[in-house]
Design a protein around this ligand. Structure first.
Ligand SMILES: [Cu+2]
Length: 143
């Protein structure tokens, strides 16, 4: 009988693990954008309203870049990335709601939770970069 009990126990454990991962708070969806040659790669990505997102910007260019969204409803405020010393943003009347900078040949991450479905434009605030092609679309799907 012993050889039957062990596989059953293992199965039970596997089921338990599967269940608890459903109940446990969802880990953030990890998205990695690469900025290279004045473009984001990918330039479009999808997330889901109400679900946390961990966004990483990997900057392979030899200039600073950032990821900014002017207006977006968010669940957790103050979730924007650490301010980066010496990072130059363009002159703007209003600060972007989401803003994270990545130094040249470095990466930076931050977490946020969008709350409203929609299509949001993101871009780089460094002067001239948006015009050069550093612009993309984040699609927030309804849950
Ligand atoms: Cu840039």
């Amino acid at each position: 009988m012993k050889h039957i009990l062990l596989p059953l126990l293992t199965l039970g454990l596997a089921l338990l693990t599967a269940c608890s991962s459903l109940i446990a708070p969802s880990r953030p969806l990890e998205i990695t954008l690469e900025s290279t040659g004045m473009h984001y790669q990918p330039s479009t990505f999808e997330v889901t309203a109400g679900e946390p997102v961990k966004l990483t910007l990997r900057n392979s260019d030899s200039v600073d870049h950032d990821f900014s969204i002017m207006e977006i409803p968010l669940m957790s405020m103050g979730a924007t990335g650490e301010p980066m010393a010496g990072h130059e943003m363009g002159e703007m009347a209003v600060d972007p709601q989401l803003h994270m900078a990545a130094a040249m040949n470095a990466s930076n991450s931050f977490e946020f939770t969008p709350t409203k479905a929609g299509t949001y434009e993101f871009f780089c605030t460094v002067p001239g970069h948006k015009e050069a092609g550093m612009v993309g679309t984040m699609i927030v799907r309804a849950p």
